[in-house]
Every structure is written in structure tokens, then in C-alpha cells.
Design a protein around this ligand. Structure first.
Ligand code: NDP
Ligand code: MG
Length: 378
């Protein structure tokens, strides 16, 4: 492997990936982010031989790059970067904007360290089919899926009963919908265990994140939805589990840092040295998820089973509505009903090509924006 390409280099996953590359001495072949930002310029200064892509040159301050070469610009440049030969591509872009780069990475036969769960939610079968045809290997970076991937190693498919995704329950665990009507973005952004980008943090508060992860797990592990369980585990120490036919339950435990799963995308099937995880003093609790006050979970199962473009709509609507919540244009408890409304209005169509997904995504964004506007006028 020549080195690593880091998509979403300025974000939370991107930062962890650059730290791991540094720790393992892996060259950085390319970096990409959305905007001209001082952080991206700083990363490029640290890796001056790499390619640098800004997908949306209308955002940010080009001036912060004045001492550097001119970055490549546009989404097509990021797709081209993801297809650099013989690289590990870590996709830490947020949102369905990461889908085409995911397809390019696996289409080029690269190893893909996948944090961008939206790629699989929106493009599921397209991504896994393409990876199968071109030898592109997908190593999950999302901590739950990395845990399950590791628990499944060496186990025959027939021995697996179900996958058990753990959920922290987010900052509002134990609260009811009526308690949550007036919560502010600042309250919803206070995740008890993980430090992550804004969108996934809000998704953790609504349990939309777990919903997206159910669909992600379905595609990654070819597992039917009725064999994917969710259990709330407030400490986030057990990253996820696999239940076997003989009643055994295999779990993956670790600190609440993404370093472990990112490192494993670099080293799989080997393991590099890492910090020791200490057990004394830990207590582990598990409880059933509260499906009534956190309806995103059941909605995700429904959307996943519907298939077609429904998961792409589910994700795109969430991206738009979460952005509106962060701008205080909609209330916290309106997020999931608005996603449902968008799903109703969009319907679901079959997916044959990436264009089918992208046009459903675009339509869902337009409709979700209308749903937000109608609500905001009330
Ligand atoms: P952040 O918000 O911290 O970072 C997002 C990154 O994506 C930034 O580099 C941003 O660039 C870039 N980006 C946004 N839009 C585009 C675009 N259109 N084209 C190119 N780059 C873009 O997010 P996170 O790191 O938290 O999450 C990234 C992904 O990883 C998400 O899919 C999330 O669900 C997943 N994930 C994250 C975890 C975590 O611990 N953070 C855990 C598990 C999964 P810019 O800075 O210029 O805006
Ligand atoms: Mg996760």
C-alpha cells in the first residue's frame, strides 16, 4: 500500500485518521474537505507532497492557502482522489456527499476504511456489489460495525444468530417526548461519551444515528433486519456484539475513542501496538431502547425493509432537518416526524444506478426544506 487518502480530513474522523497515519508511519497521499479552511491548510503544510481537494470552493477563505499550491476543486476531484491506486481510503466525509467517493474507492480495488455510514445507507447494494466485482475491501470504521467485524472473524456464517448494536442512548436517555420539546442545540450537542461532529451528535440524541447504523449493518454484513438487535448500553464500553446459535455472545470492549477502529482499518488482519484497556472499576449496564419516545429506531427498520430509495430519502431528510434544528428553525421533537413526512411525500423507487440514488437524495432535500419552511411559518 502506497499510503492513505483521508476524505473529510478536517473533521473528527479525519483528525483521528491523520494521528493514526502519523503513529504508524503511513504516508498521506491525499486529503479532501469541503471548504477552504485554516485547518485544511495546516494539514497540507504538514503533508506537502499530498494531493489536496476542496469540494466546495465557494465556502471558506482561499487566502489561507496563499503560501501553498492551489488545491484541486470540486466533488469530481475528490472522486478522482478516492481512486488513487493502491491506497487505503478513509472516508470521513459527513453526509451522502461521501457516496461517490466510496464507489470510486471500491471500484478502484482500494481498501476503504468506511466511517461515512451514509454511503451504505443511501447506496447500500450498489456499494457492496461494486466492491465485490472489483476486489475493493470495506473495513468498517464506525465503532459498532468495527466491533462486529472483529467479532465475526473466524466464525462461519451459519453460526451467527444475530448482530447486537449497542447504543449509548445519547444525552436524553430516560426522557420523554414532552420533556424534550424545548431542548436547545447546545443541550443536544452534549453527548455523554463521544466527541464527534455536530450532525452525528444530534443523530445520537434522536437515535437516528442508531437507525442509520441498522441499515449500515444490514449491508455490511448481509444480515436480515429481523436479525439486527439494538440494546442501550450507557457506558459505551461494549462497542457491539454478535450472538451465536449456541447461545454464546461475543463482545468487543474498548475506550470511547475512534483510534482503535481507525487503526484496525490500517492494520487488518494484523494488529499494531495500542494502549492497554483497563477493566477494574468498570460497570456495564444494558437496557431495552425506549421505542416510544425515540421513534427513529422503528422508522429505520421500516425504511430499511422498504429498501429502494427510501433509505437515501431517510438520510437526506435528516441532513436537512438536523441543519435546521442546529439553526433553531425547528424543535428537537419535530426532527423525526419531519423525516417521516418527507418519506411519505417522496415515496420509494427502485435503485439501479447511482443516479437513481442521487436524484432521490436531491428530491428529498427539496421536500424536507419545504417541510421545514411550512413548520417554521406556523
Ligand atoms: P465532522 O463534522 O467532524 O467532519 C466532517 C468532514 O467532512 C469535514 O472534513 C468536512 O469538511 C467534510 N465534508 C463535509 N461535506 C463535504 C463535502 N461535500 N465534500 C467533502 N468533504 C466534506 O464529522 P465526523 O468526523 O464526526 O463524521 C464523519 C463521518 O464519520 C460521518 O459519516 C459520521 O457518521 C461518521 N462517524 C463519525 C464518528 C466520530 O466519532 N466522529 C464515529 C462513527 C462514524 P469541512 O471542514 O471543510 O466542512
Ligand atoms: Mg457508531
Amino acid at each position: 500500500m502506497r499510503g492513505v487518502v483521508v476524505l473529510g480530513a478536517t473533521g473528527s474522523i479525519g483528525t483521528t485518521t491523520l494521528e493514526v497515519a502519523d503513529e504508524l508511519g503511513v504516508p498521506v497521499v491525499g486529503i479532501a474537505a469541503r471548504s477552504f479552511s485554516p485547518r485544511l491548510a495546516e494539514i497540507w503544510r504538514n503533508h506537502p507532497d499530498s494531493r489536496c481537494v476542496v469540494t466546495d470552493p465557494a465556502v471558506g477563505e482561499p487566502g489561507v492557502f496563499s503560501d501553498l499550491r492551489t488545491p484541486e476543486t470540486g466533488s469530481e476531484a475528490m472522486v478522482d482522489l478516492a481512486a488513487e491506486t493502491d491506497c487505503l481510503v478513509v472516508n470521513g466525509v459527513v453526509g451522502s456527499a461521501g457516496l461517490e467517493a466510496t464507489l470510486a474507492a471500491v471500484g478502484a480495488g482500494n481498501r476503504l476504511g468506511l466511517a461515512n455510514k451514509e454511503s451504505l445507507v443511501a447506496g447500500g447494494q450498489l456499494v457492496t456489489d461494486l466492491a465485490g466485482r472489483h476486489g475493493g475491501e470495506i473495513i468498517p470504521v464506525d465503532s459498532e460495525h468495527s466491533a462486529i467485524f472483529q467479532c465475526l472473524l473466524g466464525e462461519p456464517v451459519e453460526a451467527v444468530e444475530s448482530l447486537v448494536l449497542t447504543a449509548s442512548g445519547g444525552p436524553f436517555r430516560g426522557r420523554t417526548l414532552s420533556d424534550l420539546e424545548d431542548v436547545t442545540p447546545a443541550q443536544a450537542l452534549r453527548h455523554p461519551n463521544w466527541s464527534m461532529g455536530e450532525r452525528i451528535t444530534i443523530d445520537s440524541a434522536t437515535l437516528m444515528n442508531k437507525g442509520l447504523e441498522i441499515i449500515e449493518a444490514h449491508h455490511l454484513f448481509s444480515m436480515p433486519y429481523d436479525r439486527i438487535e439494538v440494546i442501550v448500553h450507557p457506558q459505551s464500553i461494549v462497542h457491539s456484539m454478535v450472538r451465536f446459535r449456541d447461545g454464546a455472545l461475543k463482545a468487543h470492549l474498548g475506550d470511547t475513542t475512534m483510534h482503535h477502529s481507525v487503526r484496525s482499518a490500517f492494520t487488518h488482519p494484523d494488529r499494531a501496538a495500542g494502549p492497554t484497556f483497563s477493566l477494574p472499576g468498570l460497570s456495564l449496564n444494558f437496557e431495552e431502547p425506549d421505542r416510544e419516545n425515540f421513534p427513529a429506531l422503528d422508522l429505520a427498520y421500516h425504511v430499511g425493509r422498504s429498501g429502494g430509495t427510501a433509505p437515501a430519502v431517510f438520510n437526506a431528510a435528516d441532513e436537512v432537518i438536523v441543519a435546521a434544528f442546529l439553526e433553531e428553525r425547528v424543535g428537537f421533537t419535530q426532527i423525526v416526524p419531519m423525516i417521516e413526512k418527507t418519506l411519505e411525500r417522496c415515496g420509494s423507487e427502485t435503485v439501479s444506478t447511482v443516479e437513481d440514488v442521487m436524484s432521490a437524495d436531491e428530491k428529498a432535500r427539496a421536500i424536507a426544506s419545504e417541510v421545514v419552511l411550512v413548520r417554521a411559518r406556523k
